[in-house]
Ligand binder design. Sequence first.
Ligand code: DX5
Ligand code: ZN
Length: 236
Amino acid sequence: MGVFKIIRISGSFLMLDYNNDEVLEEALVELEKSGANFVHFDVMDGKFVKNKTFDHKLVKKIQEKTNLMIDVHLMVEYPENVVEDYIKAGADIISVHYESTTPENLEKTLKLIKSKTVLSGVALNPETPAYKIKDLLKKDLVDVVVVMGVKPGAGGQTFIPGSAEKVAEIREMSKSVYIEVDGGVNIKNSKILRTLGANILVSGSFLFGSKNMRKTVKALKGNNYASRIKDYFTKK
Ligand code: DX5
Ligand code: ZN
């Protein structure tokens, strides 16, 4: 028996001049037309990562305008202090970093997100091993695992191959959790990521840099949106 999977695409506008309203609006129109499912918000506080980007106000502003689902990636220290702002801003997924707070507060934050019927995500830096979230998965606190394909903090970096293995490891731990891969995703590596069990692929520089965004989204999804994959991770 195979697993029936639907791949969703989340577009990151991090590399664009998002402070320019015209640029941002055009990017959102293009993203909607492309067939992408989510708009991905890379929130950085200048502490958890060096760069600083934007906050919940931009999420709210865009949420009110777009039909795309809202995928918030919090690269901030102590996300428990700000998470409610993003719930109120209308996020559909809120992901916090495993490395960004204490284990106790991480659990509390994920519980809070879930209690507001928002999908709770936990993001793993490249050096954080998959087994660290075993307990959180067991306790059913995580709806989405974000596997970072690059060091968080900047767009346009090269995919770290070990991240693909992490996707397989997490898929082995849970059949039902969404696995989102973020950073360095392109058409070439998307195939293996889909095959290993990823459901959501974030694309920034590759998608917005492509000539035909519609074609790129199709290719990232694997052309047939729902691709039947071999259930190799159950058969040993
Ligand atoms: C990295 C960000 C990613 C990144 C994706 O810190 O979390 O979302 O912007 O962009 P690309 O696809 O260019 O790696
Ligand atoms: Zn991101």
